[in-house]
Design a protein around this ligand. Structure first.
Ligand code: ADP
Length: 678
């Protein structure tokens, strides 16, 4: 038995934070390793000590087993927890950790090696009586005819898979013999470059199966147990998006069978620590072995919530040589847990990863959030774009799903685009709620249909809240901010106007007239109800709470301003984050500050964007009325008329047709608040 006093975590992000949490609860000191890109990351701050791995790329940092072992020895660690991904399923690393006299928190190098090859894993499982899909190995030397003959008794469609595969890469569906040779060749190429091993095999492709996996745990005393199943059928490109436990379609009898098969697999391997035996469940209800993941799984929290166990604690106990404790041997299921993977990505743009500063990142306490990020952190482009796992636990599946959807709506997530609306949309979609899910679910449903994005009416109310908070902010700042933007001239004869840009960049025009007796507010020309009452309260620096009551419907919004000076531009862009009952959205407003040094004269009309002058519509001395176009700019192939904010006289025109203007540059000066007389 080795007491672990100091644990080095050979990983980053949320899983490093997750492991630190349990280690701390067990009185174990922690050491993080971090790349240059992670120097400011939460997990580094949370660990007791941290060792820099110079560089950014995983190959220079989190995949450098030698440097990680050196860091463990230098800091007096007795054990290394590999997390998931990176070196977690690298048998040579596990071996090297052991050789250095340290405890590897995971199974033996032999078990990792055996399961690292899907071909060998299937052979071993078949030999221990675990059901596997019919398949065949294929080699590079075979001719096309030999390939086709070799798979003849499997039947089409077929799936070509990489033996060393992971993350859904290197897989090809083949529907007829003529496509086989090409798919095998391209799968080999992809597997070779992604995993450094081009061995591939072929197995029966099951159309629209469910992915059901069993959590197993083994100790060094020969005990292997299972901790029930997780359903992970909501996938995109063979990658899990939503996971839950227990599976809504696994009956107690099937649970026994799956559990027994998984324990048989673990026993055959002499399994120690946390492992997952993955199966696919075909539409007839039969299950087939897929692979064993010899590590803690991303989705382990759903198992923790239904069993009340801490799987990281069990891993550490078992690594110390302790037998599995009674609560693990007699685990039971309570309620239902659902987890979503919240990603920094834009589902509407083909799921492109997004990056940037998380201005706000707060999730409600009704759910468990496993994350490596805090408000103000930057999401870099260097690593996996998962922001957090958000997990709900409730007595029933429906309640868990709805609690989770509600938490996602309530979350304050600003600065980086995420898949939150898509996740909330799936969680409330009727087929999902009826548990009619399989791995093709996200092919049957489009992002547009699923996304629970705010409706047009909800957005209009958010726009109004933003404009009212902005008005309050500008009034409060009026004495210290002498440069009142042209767009904000609040004259009696014309409603004040504010031009916001929505998340999609579309300009939104808000006008209001507020006096002692009544409030009128229009968004894009349409009035916001008949009767509008509002209150704006300051809730902190640049944070406003807006209560909006429109025709008797009252809603609360939280509006946060962030000033961002755009490099080299003589203007400030103010970002307005709005959260309300609908979820959240963001606007920007270009604050038309005068160019520094050359203060623009009062009444100046400034360019709201960089562009070129295509028309000047007035002459000096002309009388103009509020809203009259003065200068037309062209930017991004669109014309934009800069209008007079007030009635008056054109005192000067400062630009000519063809001229390039910068944002905030003065274009013309209109003086006189008096209506131009007849
Ligand atoms: P990886 O290691 O790349 O994650 P897996 O073998 O775990 O690969 O499979 C990932 C996913 O691919 C499964 O969850 C399932 O959706 C799909 N899949 C794998 N094998 C099959 C198969 N034979 N038929 C249908 N789908 C499959």
């Amino acid at each position: 038995m080795t007491r672990i006093r100091t644990l080095l975590i050979a990983n980053r992000g949320e899983i490093a934070c997750r492991i630190i949490r349990t280690a701390r609860e067990m009185g174990i000191r922690t050491v993080a390793v971090f790349s240059d890109a992670d120097a400011e990351a939460l997990f580094v701050a949370q660990a007791d000590r941290a060792v820099r791995l110079p560089g950014v790329a995983p190959a220079q940092t989190y995949l450098r087993g030698d440097l990680i072992i050196e860091a463990a020895l230098r800091t007096g660690a007795d054990a290394v927890h590999p997390g998931y991904g990176f070196l977690s399923e690298n048998a040579d690393f596990a071996q090297a950790v052991g050789d250095a006299g340290l405890v590897f928190v995971g199974p033996t190098p032999d078990a990792i090696r055996a399961m690292g090859s899907k071909i060998r894993a299937k052979e071993m499982m078949a030999a221990s009586g675990v059901p596997v899909l019919r398949g065949a190995t294929v080699t590079g030397e075979s001719t096309e005819a030999e390939l086709i003959a070799g798979v003849a008794d499997i039947g089409y469609p077929l799936l070509v898979k990489a033996s060393a595969g992971g993350g859904g890469r290197g897989m090809r569906i083949v529907t007829e013999p003529s496509g086989l040779a090409e798919s095998v060749a391209s799968a080999r190429r992809e597997a070779g470059s992604a995993f450094g091993d081009d061995a591939v095999f072929v197995e029966k492709y099951i159309t629209a199966p469910r992915h059901v996996e069993v959590q197993i745990f083994g100790d060094t005393h020969g005990t292997v147990v299972h901790l029930f199943e997780r359903e992970c059928s909501i996938q995109r490109r063979y990658q899990k998006v939503i996971e839950e436990a227990p599976s809504p379609v696994v009956s107690p009898a099937l649970r026994e069978e799956l559990g027994a098969a998984a324990v048989a697999a673990g026993t055959a391997l002499g399994y120690v620590g946390a492992g997952t035996v993955e199966f696919i469940l075909d539409p007839s209800g039969a299950f087939h072995f897929l692979e064993v993941n010899t590590r803690l799984q991303v989705e382990h929290p759903v198992t923790e919530l239904i069993t009340g166990l801490d799987l990281v604690r069990l891993q550490l106990l078992v690594a110390e040589g302790e037998p599995l404790p009674p609560e693990a041997l007699d685990a039971t299921i309570t309620g239902h847990a659902v987890e979503v993977r919240l990603y920094a990505e834009d589902p509407a743009a083909g799921f492109l990863p997004t990056s940037g500063r998380l201005r706000e990142f707060e999730l409600p306490s009704s759910v468990r959030t496993d994350t490596g990020f805090a408000s103000g952190d930057t999401v870099s482009i260097h690593y996996d774009p998962m922001l957090a796992k958000v997990i709900a636990h409730a007595p029933t599946r429906t309640e868990a799903a709805l609690v989770l959807a509600g938490a996602l709506r309530e979350a304050r997530l600003h600065g980086v685009r995420t898949n939150r609306d898509l996740l909330a949309g799936i969680l409330t979609e009727p087929e999902f709620l009826a548990a009619r899910i399989d791995t093709a679910y996200l092919e049957r449903h489009t992002v547009d249909d699923l996304s629970a994005s705010p409706s047009g009416e909800e957005l209009r109310r958010a726009v109004a809240a933003a404009a009212l908070a902005l008005r309050a902010r500008q009034r409060a700042g009026a004495t210290v901010q002498p440069a009142v933007s042209a767009g904000w001239r609040n004259v009696v004869s014309a409603p004040a106007l504010v031009a916001l840009a929505g998340e999609d960049g579309r300009a939104i025009d808000v006008r209001y007239r507020i006096d002692a007796r009544h409030t009128e507010l229009t968004v894009d020309g349409a009035a916001l109800g008949e009767q509008l009452v509002f209150a704006v309260a300051e809730a902190g620096p640049d944070v406003h709470r807006v209560t909006l009551e429109i025709d008797g419907l009252r809603e609360e919004f939280r509006v946060v301003f962030t000033d961002e000076t755009v490099d080299g531009r003589r203007a400030e862009v103010v970002t307005i984050d709005v959260d309300g009952p609908f979820g959240g959205t963001e606007f920007t407003v270009v604050d038309l500050l005068p160019p520094p040094g050359s203060l623009a004269a009062a009444g100046s009309l400034t360019a709201p964007m960089p562009g070129s002058v295509v028309r000047v519509l007035v002459d000096v001395g002309a009388a103009v009325v509020a809203g009259q176009p003065i200068v037309v700019l062209e930017a991004m192939k669109m014309e934009h008329a800069v209008k007079s904010p007030q009635d008056g006289v054109v005192e000067s025109v400062l630009v000519a047709v063809g001229e390039q203007v910068d944002i905030g540059q003065a274009l013309a000066v209109v003086t006189g608040d008096e209506p131009a007389g007849d």
